[in-house]
Each structure stands twice: as structure tokens, then as C-alpha cells.
Design a binder for this molecule. Structure first.
Ligand code: TEU
Length: 595
């Protein structure tokens, strides 16, 4: 039965990006076409039929712009040029055309909180205090020791990498997300510049109207080339408060975050960006938000943003001391109530993004599933969750074959600037003492878990490259790879394809409202998705032990089993359901409650 065309969902609620599933490509690690060990754009073009067959609708491409590569492209030196490591503009155009030919779309990464220190704007800005580009970035004088109340004896110049003879403190106490002070002293003009990430990623000054105009023009330039939208990197950090006051909250993710997250002019800038550029296009936008509440997300949607990425659910396994570089345990209760809060909070207005993986996060099957005995089942259960909650799902390369964390055995296998800087600062401050502690955290948390090469088949280097890969390949590639998954009827890959096709067929997957059942159940997460004429019932056993579950009385009855990660064939929802470890089922009710 297909519901297409029969839904009563009002026309004004429909958007192409609500009906889409996004597939994120981290180009460095996707497919290398020229044997230099680094993935590239022609490599992606080679795989377009693969993506088409998988059934995804949109590709989000991580940055491919000109860049020295300190943060793998999140340090942009030229917004309008392609990094020759990845190919040429002509290659990029071929990629866009190839996607559009297959009815897929492309969204690009917009990184405008900061640039690379090699960007021409910064080169000019740093050259003199009088440069007309000076206020494109955030420059301040340092604080004297006296002003800061620090004695000569207490002062440790090495902490700030100060040149000989300079004895002063940074303008405020803000910390970088990559560890250490967010300020770097620049000898040329004797002032400090702000960088919320690496010191080679100076923050742009959004208070400058000229800068804002440059950004809007650049966005328009890409949209004119035919792209379908943007993923906006750390977009809620762009507005810094007047006077740049010290941080006030010692529990903030990094010192100062309470000042610069969702800063005073953030909504003004986002709605200006919308009016000036985005409103002229039918574009999709997703704002990456370091910290964001449901209420804030609603305001961003009023500003014209399609959706935001929030990270509440990806913080559940931080340790009690807080912060990303500590380890704790997530619980089903935490995951379910966090995501339910977002489902319900954006039910009437706004729209959710759904994601468990990206290039910054450990692999979801290792994190929320079981990457041992039940790798296959738990990867499919997580796929079921991702593709049956309400919102736009974002898959990350390799997720469709159940790729898992890398078994790091030494820091020499780590490439990521965030991991290396944070480890260094934690070692220097004594917070992490032994190599074992460091390694355990790296295995658990490093962004490089997501960045090992895509596993295409069981030949050398998993078919990612003919050369030497820039990152080691996960040794499990002989079993976990695309070629094997495509042959195997029970693979994670087949299951994704099935769910993706169901999403195309039944509109209730997209527009149905979310209703949680049995909110206190210890190991089962069950919910319905309901439109005026259809109802899905989803049941997920989030545990490695079998259980018996009693569904709510109003869903019991005749139903079609649309998806089952154990390959069950029969329909019908009984008064009790015997669920195997990590079992997931999606039912379509014959007699929806609301019909
Ligand atoms: O990441 C945003 C961010 O806040 C990261 O520091 C995040 O906390 C960390 O990666 C773990 O989730 C974005 C990009 O996704 C990331 O790759 C970049 O390094 C960063 O911005 C700077 O552009």
C-alpha cells in the first residue's frame, strides 16, 4: 500500500529537505582516485551510482576549499577555490552535475566563524593595526600582570608561547575548543587575536558590516553555481559580546562559552543572512550549534534556518566532571528522554535534524550499540531509530556498513589536531597522567574514529587507495566492507536500503507526529508516528539480552511488519512481544488509532 498523494499534511508544511535523507562525505577518507593516499572529488564521482543505489537524497560535503589543512579543511584560505589535493573546480562541477542528474542534491560546508591564518584577509589584517582588514578579525591588547592581579612569580609565559621580553596576559580568560587559551599574541603588531579553535584558525569579526557583506556575496556565488544549501559550521559562535567579558560559568564546555555561544547579535546576523542571500533560493540550511536549547532552535527556525544540529544526546557519555575529554556511561533513559524532548519540542514549529555520527564523533555502533557479538543487529537498530524518528536524518559514510571505532594502540596513529592538542594540554596540566589513560580516552572519543578510510572491499587498504592511506584502515575491513555487504542479504547495508525505500513510499515516516510509549521501560524504547491516516509503531530492544514487551493496548492488533532487523516476516502486534537482543521492528498499523 502506498500512501503517496493521500496524506492530508497541509501543503505549507512540505519542504523537499524534510523528505530527504542526507549522506555526509568526508572527502579525505571516502575514495582516492589518484593514489596519493588522500580521498578526492573524482573519487566521489566514481561512487555516485553507489549513493544513488543506496537511496540517499542529499550529499553534505565536508570542506573542499583551498586550505593548509591544519583542521582538514575547516581552516579555509580561499572560499572560492578547490583544494588541489581534492581536485579542480571542473571536478567539483562534474560532481554537482552528477548528483543533479541522479536527482540528488549537494550541500556545502559553510565555515565562517573563522578562516585559516593563510587567508588573504588575515594576512592583510595582521600586517598592521591600520590595515583596512584589521577589523575583519578580533584583535585586542593584552592585560598587564598588574591589571590581571598576577604576580611576576606566578606568571608562566610558556603557557602563551610569548616571545622573549613580552610579559602580559591574553585579553580575557576564554579557552579554545582545542585546548589552551583562545588568544595568540602576534609579534608583528603586538596585539592578540582570538581563535576559538586552533591558533591557525583566527575568528572573524561579525561586527564588521563589510565582512558580513563579503560572506553573503560568497554564499550567493556558491548558490549561483547551483548548490542546494549549506551546513553551517559552529554558526552560533559568530556573535561575540561587546567588551569580550571573562567567562562566568565554570561548568561551561570551555571557559567563556557562556559569553560567545548564542551571543547578543546572533539572531540578527542569521536573519540578515537569510534576507540577504538564502531567501532568494530554495536552499536547505542546517546550523551546527555547539550548545543549543529547544527554545533557541525555534528562534533559529524563525530566522529562516531549516534546522540545527544539537549535541545533547552526544554529550550523554561525558564523565561527571564534564567535558568531552572525560568518560562516562550513557543510559537508555538519558538517550530516550533527550531525543524525546527534541521530538516534542519541535513538533508544532521548527524541524529536527537526526544524527548519531559525523566526522567529529566516535562511531555510533561502538558508542550506542554493541560492536562485538551484536554489531550487525545493533547497527540496524540504530539505523531504525535514525530513520524512523521525525526529522531529517543525516548518515555518515561507512555507517551503512556498520563501521566501528578504530582500535588505536598508539598516539602515532592519530592525525587529528583536536585530539593531539587536547591530549597535550591535558598532559601539561596533569589532568591525564599515564599513556594508558590517554589511549583509553582516544579510543573512546577521538574524532579520528570517524575518519579512517571508507571500506569498499577486502583488497589492500580496503579499496580506498592504491597508495599509502593518510590514516590507517580499520583492520576489520576484510569482513566489514561494501562489496561483502552488497552480496549479503542480511547485511546492515541491505537494511539501510530497505528503510530508505520505505521512507520514500510511506509519508508517515516523514510527517507523522512522534508519541512515546512506556517512557520508563528499562530496555525497550517504543513509539508511534502518526498522521491523520496512518500510524507506525516502532519497538527497539536497546540491550544485549532478550526481553518480553507488552505494547500499549491501542496498538495491539493487525499490522504489517515493514522492517525487522531479525528478518521476521509475520505481521500483527500481539499483547506481548518476545524481543531478541538488539531487536528492532517497525509496524504499519492496519487500523490506526487516529483514523
Ligand atoms: O566542530 C565544532 C566543535 O565545536 C568541535 O570542537 C566539536 O566540539 C568537536 O569536534 C567534537 O564534537 C566543527 C567541525 O565539525 C569540526 O570538524 C571543526 O574542527 C570545528 O568546527 C572548527 O571548524
Amino acid at each position: 500500500m502506498s500512501e503517496s498523494g493521500t496524506s492530508t499534511t497541509p501543503e505549507y508544511d512540505r519542504e523537499w529537505w524534510k523528505e530527504a535523507v542526507v549522506y555526509q562525505i568526508y572527502p579525505r577518507s571516502f575514495n582516492d582516485s589518484n593514489g596519493d593516499g588522500v580521498g578526492d572529488i573524482p573519487g566521489i564521482v566514481e561512487k555516485l551510482d553507489y549513493l544513488d543505489e543506496l537511496g540517499v537524497d542529499v550529499v553534505w560535503l565536508n570542506p573542499v576549499y583551498e586550505s593548509p589543512g591544519v583542521d582538514n579543511g575547516y581552516d579555509i584560505a580561499d572560499y572560492r577555490a578547490i583544494n588541489d589535493r581534492y581536485g579542480t573546480m571542473a571536478d567539483w562541477e562534474e560532481l554537482l552535475a552528477g548528483l543533479h542528474d541522479r536527482d540528488m542534491r549537494l550541500i556545502m560546508d559553510l565555515v565562517v566563524n573563522h578562516t585559516s591564518d593563510e587567508h588573504a584577509w588575515f594576512q592583510r589584517s595582521r600586517s598592521s593595526r591600520d590595515s583596512e582588514y584589521r577589523d575583519y578579525y578580533i584583535w585586542r591588547e593584552g592585560r598587564s600582570l598588574r591589571e590581571a592581579g598576577v604576580s611576576e612569580a606566578e606568571f608562566d609565559a610558556s603557557e602563551y608561547h610569548l616571545p622573549r621580553g613580552v610579559r602580559e596576559l591574553p585579553p580575557n580568560d576564554w579557552e579554545s575548543f582545542f585546548g589552551g587559551s583562545a588568544w595568540t599574541y602576534d609579534e608583528e603588531t603586538g596585539e592578540w587575536y582570538l581563535h576559538l579553535f586552533d591558533e591557525r584558525q583566527p575568528d572573524l569579526n561579525w561586527q564588521s558590516e563589510t565582512l558580513r557583506e563579503e560572506i553573503y556575496e560568497m554564499m550567493g556565488w556558491w548558490l549561483q553555481k547551483g548548490i542546494d544549501g549549506f551546513r553551517m559550521d559552529v554558526i552560533n559562535l559568530i556573535s561575540k559580546p561587546e567588551g569580550l567579558p571573562d567567562g562566568d560559568d565554570s561548568d561551561a564546555i570551555v571557559r567563556g562559552a557562556d559569553q560567545f555561544v548564542n551571543g547578543p547579535n546572533i539572531h540578527e546576523y542569521i536573519s540578515e543572512m537569510h534576507d540577504r542571500v538564502l531567501s532568494n533560493y530554495d536552499a536547505m540550511t542546517v546550523g551546527e550549534m555547539a550548545e543549543v536549547t529547544v527554545d533557541e532552535a525555534l528562534r533559529f527556525s524563525e530566522d529562516g534556518m531549516s534546522m540545527v544540529f544539537n549535541f545533547d544526546h552526544l554529550r550523554l557519555d561525558f564523565g561527571p566532571e564534564g567535558g568531552r575529554w572525560t568518560k562516562g556511561e550513557w543510559t537508555l533513559d538519558g538517550l530516550r528522554s533527550t531525543l524525546t524532548e527534541w521530538q516534542e519540542g519541535l513538533e508544532a514549529e521548527g524541524w529536527n535534524s537526526l544524527h548519531f555520527n559525523n566526522h567529529d564523533e566516535p562511531r555510533m555502533v561502538s558508542r550506542f550499540g554493541d560492536d562485538g557479538e551484536y554489531r550487525r543487529e545493533s547497527a540496524k537498530l540504530l539505523a531504525t531509530l535514525l530513520l524512523t524518528l521525525k526529522g531529517t536524518p543525516f548518515m555518515y559514510q561507512g555507517e551503512e556498513i556498520g563501521m566501528q571505532n578504530y582500535p588505536f594502540s598508539s598516539l602515532t596513529e592519530v592525525r587529528d589536531v583536536d585530539t593531539l592538542n587536547n591530549v597535550r594540554f591535558a598532559r601539561e596540566s596533569g589532568r591525564l597522567e599515564t599513556d594508558e589513560e590517554v589511549l583509553e580516552l582516544v579510543q573512546h572519543r577521538s574524532r579520528d574514529n570517524a575518519r579512517t578510510p571508507m571500506q569498499w572491499h577486502d583488497d589492500e587498504h580496503a579499496g580506498f587507495t592504491n597508495g599509502t592511506p593518510w590514516m590507517p584502515v580499520n583492520p576489520n575491513y576484510t569482513e566489514v566492507n561494501v562489496a561483502a555487504a552488497r552480496r549479503d542479504e542480511r547485511s546492515v547495508h541491505r537494511y539501510y536500503r530497505h528503510l530508505l525505500s520505505l521512507r520514500d513510499e510511506y509519508e508517515v515516516f516523514v510527517y507523522g507526529d512522534y508519541t512515546l510509549h512506556t517512557p520508563d521501560h528499562e530496555q525497550v524504547w517504543a513509539y508511534s508516528r502518526v498522521t491523520t491516516d496512518a500510524e507506525l509503531f516502532v519497538v527497539l530492544n536497546f540491550d544485549g539480552t532478550a526481553t518480553t514487551y507488552a505494547p500499549p493496548a491501542d496498538v495491539v492488533g493487525e499490522a504489517e511488519l515493514l522492517a525487522s532487523n531479525y528478518g521476521l516476516a509475520t505481521g500483527g502486534i500481539g499483547e506481548t512481544l518476545d524481543l531478541s537482543p538488539w531487536e528492532a521492528r517497525v509496524y504499519l498499523l492496519d487500523d490506526p488509532v487516529t483514523a
